[in-house]
Design a protein around this ligand. Structure first.
Ligand SMILES: *Cc1c(COP(=O)(O)O)cnc(C)c1O
Length: 376
């Protein structure tokens, strides 16, 4: 029997979450304005859910966005014919024929990329989003270099190297600071004013902020780039995903492989971090940091055992962790444990207890964890 740990990916939940996003955009649509198109972000193996699962579940998205050329090729091989946006663009000139062959859309964020395009062999024109650093301080042309970069992109378009052009930026604080986001939007508006092409600015947090996208000028084709919310986790520290009717895309479950009675004062796990205040029943779960469960999860991190919400005890080991069974009646070996997802704590609750975000936990589920994809 394989070790009883499982990551279950629910395609209907992923599809539902995409529909929630699409409906939300449609509802916040000013009269006579079309809702934005959706690039479903599937980077990092679809936030740990499996790229092919995402292709199947997001069949109604207008496009997919990711980083890795190999993942993009897998999507094409799986039959995805709509646009695919490469969020970091390309890394060397040798990528360009591949991008051309698979009809991918690139992000262009540096001079070096423009230089590579200038020297490119004739190809089918490649669609490009020219990225502005409007205040994220990461990728993109700075405001004072952007219009010149756009002019160069226009020249490349006239030479038939680039196809459709668009304007793009990314927000640093769409999840927690509307003023900072408003300032970035202002910079974006000023710098790109009058330049032709479609526009893409919104991640999950900005997409879920009702009406935010409608603050951009009307009459321009707009594409949003939601990621984390499609997987049923919240981009906001202070608002749970259920507030938006989002459903967990992944459930990480395992089983009790040992149930023990320990005396008062007995210490549990590496470092003896937990000491029993009284005689108690504890359980050992076959899930550890080598499965992707965070090692820094402290005592008290929520976990559900046999349908009862309880807590992790002591330090997480490589292959196991200990749980408090005080409140779990009839605890026995083989009882189901939900680390996060359906029937358990949300991945965001576990992440908050560990001082991180749901994104990190979902992406970190290890390849050794068996996966089950549920299609109905
Ligand atoms: C990851 C990413 C997104 C999606 O972000 P979420 O917070 O997961 O919605 C959008 N745009 C870019 C450029 C990204 O890198």
């Amino acid at each position: 029997m394989p070790r009883p740990i499982l990551a279950t990916v629910s395609l209907p939940s992923l599809t539902h979450n995409l529909a929630v996003v699409a409906t939300g955009l449609d509802r916040s649509r000013p009269p006579a304005r079309p809702a934005p198109f959706i690039w479903a972000v599937v980077k990092a193996n679809a936030y740990g859910h499996g790229i092919l699962s995402a292709v199947a579940a997001f069949s109604r998205a207008d496009g997919l966005a990711m980083l890795d050329l190999d993942e993009a090729i897998q999507c094409r091989a799986a039959g995805w014919t709509r646009p695919i946006l490469l969020l970091e663009g390309f890394f060397e000139a040798a990528d360009l024929p591949v991008i051309d062959h698979y009809g991918l859309t690139v992000t262009v964020h540096t001079r070096e990329q423009l230089d590579m395009l200038r020297l490119a062999a004739p190809c089918t024109p490649i669609d490009a989003m020219i990225k502005l650093d409007s205040g994220m301080g990461r990728l993109g042309f700075p405001p004072d270099a952007y219009r010149d970069a756009y002019r160069v992109a226009g020249d490349l378009q006239r030479r038939g190297i680039l196809g459709r052009l668009g304007k793009m930026t990314h927000f640093a604080r769409a999840d927690d600071d509307p003023d900072a986001t408003g300032r970035q939007l202002q910079v974006f508006g000023n710098v790109t004013d009058g330049l032709p092409g479609r526009v893409s600015v919104c991640n999950s947090a900005a997409t879920l902020t009702a009406g935010f996208w409608a603050r951009l000028p009307a009459g321009v084709e707009q594409w949003v780039r939601p990621g984390i919310c499609l997987y049923g986790a919240s981009p906001f520290a202070s608002r749970p995903a259920a507030d938006f009717d989002l459903r967990p895309g992944m459930t990480l479950s395992a089983e009790l492989i040992s149930v023990r009675r320990i005396p008062a004062g007995y210490r549990v796990g590496y470092g003896h971090l937990f000491s029993a205040p009284r005689p108690m029943t504890i359980g050992v779960v076959c899930c550890g940091y080598a499965d992707g469960y965070p090692r820094h999860a402290p005592t008290g991190t929520p976990v559900t055992v046999g349908g009862v919400r309880t807590r992790v005890l002591g330090r997480v080991s490589m292959d196991m962790l200990a749980v408090d069974l005080t409140a779990v009646p009839n605890a026995r070996v083989g009882l189901r444990v939900v680390l996060w997802g359906e029937g358990g704590p949300t991945v965001d609750e576990v992440a908050a207890s560990c001082g991180t975000i749901g994104y990190e936990l979902l992406c970190a589920v290890a390849p050794r964890v068996p996966r089950k994809v549920v299609s109905n």
